[in-house]
Design a binder for this molecule. Structure first.
Ligand SMILES: Nc1ncnc2c1ncn2[C@@H]1O[C@H](COP(=O)(O)OP(=O)(O)OP(=O)(O)O)[C@@H](O)[C@H]1O
Ligand SMILES: [Mg+2]
Length: 231
C-alpha cells in the first residue's frame, strides 16, 4: 500500500516556485530517503506535505486521500509526524513537557512517555530538566521521541544527523531501522550518505526543486550512492 504519494507537485512560497513537478512515494513500512544539496527544496517537500508551502499543481495523497487542505497542526492527527530540521526543542520546557507536546497533537497508540523513555533512557533521566540543556545528540532523541509520541504512520526526519558526532549518527541509524516497521514508515531527508545507506531502502535525489534520480539502496555501496547523487 502506498502511504504517501506526491504526483507532479509544484510547490510555492508566495510567488516563488520551489518544487517543479515532484513525484515520489513512500509505501507502508518503507524507509525512503530524499538526498540533495543545500537549498534544493528538501524541506519544501516536507512543507508541501504539511500545507506550509502551497501546492499549486499536482497532488499529494496520504493513505489514499488527497491532502489539499492538510495543515501542520492537523498533520499529526492524520498520522504524519515530523522531526524538524534543527530539532526545534521548545526552550523553557522540560524534556517531559516537550514530549507531551507530541502527544497533544497526535493519536493514541503504543508510544507514550514510558515506551519512548524505554527507547531513549536518557529522556527519563533528564525528564524534569530543560530540553535545550541537553547535548545535540540527546536533543535529537528528544525530537524523535516527541514525534513518536504522536504515534505516526509516517515519520519524516529532516536532516537528523546535522551537527551530530559520527558515533551518535551510528546510533541514530540503528534506532531508525528498529523503529520502522509495518505500522511506521520513514521518510529520511539527509545529506549524510552513510546514514542513508544504512537506513533507507530507496532514495530520491532532488536538484533545483526536481527529482533527478531515484533507485534502490540494496546492493549499492556508499561510494555508488555518492556517485548516483553527484549532481
Ligand atoms: N519560507 C520561505 N519563503 C521563501 N523562500 C523560501 C522559504 N523557505 C525556503 N525558501 C527557499 O526555497 C529554496 C529551497 O529551500 P529548502 O529549505 O526547501 O531547501 P533544503 O534542500 O531543505 O536546504 P537545506 O539542506 O539547506 O536545508 C531555497 O532557495 C530557499 O531559499
Ligand atoms: Mg532543509
Amino acid at each position: 500500500m502506498t502511504l504517501l504519494r506526491l504526483q507532479s507537485v509544484d510547490g510555492y512560497y508566495g510567488g516563488a516556485r520551489i518544487l517543479h513537478g515532484v513525484s515520489l512515494e513512500v509505501g507502508a513500512g518503507e524507509r525512503v530517503a530524499i538526498l540533495g544539496r543545500n537549498g534544493v527544496g528538501k524541506t519544501t517537500v516536507v512543507n508541501a506535505c504539511l500545507g506550509i508551502a502551497r501546492v499549486r499543481a499536482g497532488q499529494i495523497a496520504f493513505q489514499g486521500q488527497a491532502q489539499a487542505s492538510i495543515r501542520h497542526f492537523t498533520a499529526a492527527r492524520a498520522g504524519i509526524a515530523v522531526v524538524p530540521q534543527g530539532r526545534r526543542i521548545v526552550p523553557g520546557l522540560t524534556v517531559r513537557e516537550n514530549l507531551a507536546l507530541g502527544a497533544a497533537v497526535g493519536r493514541p497508540g503504543k508510544w507514550n512517555f514510558e515506551s519512548v523513555c524505554d527507547l531513549f533512557p536518557i529522556l527519563r533521566e533528564r525528564a524534569d530538566t530543560p530540553g535545550t540543556a541537553m547535548s545535540g545528540g540527546q536533543q535529537q532523541m528528544l525530537a524523535i521521541g516527541r514525534a513518536l509520541m504522536a504515534n505516526p504512520a509516517l515519520l519524516i526526519l529532516d536532516e537528523p544527523s546535522e551537527g551530530l558526532a559520527p558515533v551518535i549518527v551510528d546510533e541514530l541509524a540503528a534506532t531508525l531501522v528498529r523503529l520502522a516497521g509495518e505500522d511506521t514508515s520513514i521518510l529520511l531527508i539527509e545529506q549524510n550518505f552513510s546514514l542513508v545507506h544504512r537506513v533507507a531502502q530507496r532514495y530520491y535525489v532532488l536538484s533545483k526543486g526536481a527529482v533527478v534520480d531515484q533507485g534502490t539502496v540494496e546492493g549499492m555501496s556508499m561510494a555508488d550512492l555518492k556517485k548516483h547523487v553527484a549532481v
